[in-house]
Design a protein around this ligand. Structure first.
Ligand SMILES: *[C@@H]1O[C@H](CO)[C@@H](O)[C@H](O)[C@H]1NC(C)=O
Ligand SMILES: *[C@@H]1O[C@H](CO)[C@@H](O)[C@H](O)[C@H]1NC(C)=O
Ligand SMILES: *[C@@H]1O[C@H](CO)[C@@H](O)[C@H](O)[C@H]1NC(C)=O
Length: 382
């Protein structure tokens, strides 16, 4: 009897193992040990807050119960990516307090562009940490953490540092380009912006190539969203000319530019795959997910997508979310709505956690990616 029990247990284990292979996905998940993210406010988890002034309440109240360096009431798409990969939320590279880089780092900052901007533009909320700067910060991060790890390897401090051998197994994510469009809308004609697009997109491709030289092999690249659907577009427009807005109330020409940008980005990604045959590069159609949510908001249980949860925007008086100001000589707060979970837009520029969750759910399973690969298998080429 003594040896019989282990034998039965082994038999059951083997049956279970064969069955689980037969019924599960043909390919196992990639088991990414880390995420390195590059982007703007759509994926900033504390960079701009640490570098300049912290983002104030009521930002973060819906999940973190305090401001958490994110431009939303709660989690961003990058947080849902971390959750899906069973990794902790990413610490911002620029943050010096309470950070943990064992499973990656976030170089995104609110207001970042792909192309470096002239300094006079910073006053529009454009970040000085353009993509090329984020890539330099990554290089510095990689070199200095390797150095530090060697000094502290047998101490608890090492537990907060990345492992050198894991950079090549990490997932590299991008969500950037929206601010290159918004700056373009302010500073250029549509034709000039269109002419600048190949250069903008080439700079993103250069960033991918650089990370590839540094050992990166898996890339998950978000395209840019329907920028014309951000409610901020309507804050300063009283009587839009016929045809200015589409049937959903979005600025048509701005969305058309985003679609054009995305078309060029997708072409460049396809070219990149030929240039970097060892890399798995996934193009993620965030535009279609956001557009799908906005155009079907009511059926999906969301409020009017052009309404803003947080902030006071009435009769051309604008008190932004978290701010305080005077309207008709009375103090008005840019406060949060009662139920942020039914709003798509949190503050007129940034999405609510509920919207981010919806977009994450519709982009992680491979139904809106090229190639059609779910996030958990983004280390594979198809
Ligand atoms: C910055 O300014 C210079 C000189 O005015 C101009 O040539 C250049 O195109 C500008 N760069 C950007 C990214 O706008
Ligand atoms: C300010 O005055 C306008 C016009 O009378 C009114 O519509 C608006 O509700 C007032 N706003 C506040 C915050 O009192
Ligand atoms: C992906 O998830 C969305 C939302 O749950 C669903 O509508 C869609 O059919 C799924 N696609 C695939 C390929 O699993």
């Amino acid at each position: 009897m003594g040896f019989w029990r282990p034998a039965v247990a082994t038999w059951f284990l083997m049956v279970w193992w064969f069955l689980s292979i037969a019924v599960s996905d043909p390919l196992p998940p990639c088991e990414f040990p880390a995420i390195y993210n590059f982007g703007d406010s759509n994926s900033d988890t504390g960079g701009i807050s640490a570098a300049f002034e912290p983002i104030s309440a009521p930002y973060g109240e819906g999940f973190f119960h305090k401001p958490a360096g994110r431009d939303s009431d709660g989690r961003l798409i990058i947080d849902f990516i971390a959750e899906r990969l069973k990794l902790p939320y990413l610490s911002a590279y620029l943050n010096s307090i309470g950070t943990n880089y064992r499973h990656g780092a976030n170089f995104a900052t609110g207001g970042s562009t792909i192309r470096r901007q002239n300094e006079t533009i910073f006053e529009y909320g454009i970040s000085p940490f353009a993509l090329d700067m984020q890539i330099k910060q990554f290089d510095q991060f990689k070199a200095r953490t390797a150095d530090l790890y060697n000094q502290v390897r047998s101490t608890p401090e090492a537990e907060k540092l990345p492992r050198a051998e894991e950079f090549s197994k990490a997932l590299y994510t991008f969500d950037i380009g929206q601010n290159d469009l918004s700056v373009g809308f302010r500073k250029m004609s549509f034709d000039q912006l269109r002419a600048a697009m190949p250069d903008i997109i080439n700079q993103l491709a250069s960033a991918v190539k650089h990370l590839h030289e540094q050992g990166g092999r898996a890339f998950w690249i978000h395209n840019t969203g329907p920028i014309g659907c951000l409610p901020v577009n309507l804050f300063y427009v009283s009587n839009p000319a016929p045809g200015y807005l589409d049937e959903h109330g979005c600025v048509k020409a701005q969305n058309e530019m985003a679609v054009e940008f995305n078309g060029k980005l997708k072409e460049r990604v396809i070219k990149l795959r030929a240039e970097l045959p060892e890399a798995a590069i996934t193009y993620v159609d965030v535009y279609s997910a956001k557009q799908g949510l906005i155009s079907n908001a009511k059926n999906l249980g969301f409020a009017d997508p052009l309404k803003v949860c947080c902030g006071y925007h009435v009769n051309f008086d604008h008190i932004w979310c978290g701010n305080k100001g005077k309207v008709n000589n009375t103090v008005v707060y840019g406060a949060s709505c009662k139920d942020p979970s039914v709003f798509i837009s949190w503050d007129g520029v940034h999405y609510s956690q509920a919207a981010n969750q919806w977009v994450a759910d519709h982009t992680q399973n491979g139904s809106l990616t090229d190639p059609a690969i779910p996030l958990i298998q983004a280390c594979r080429k198809k």
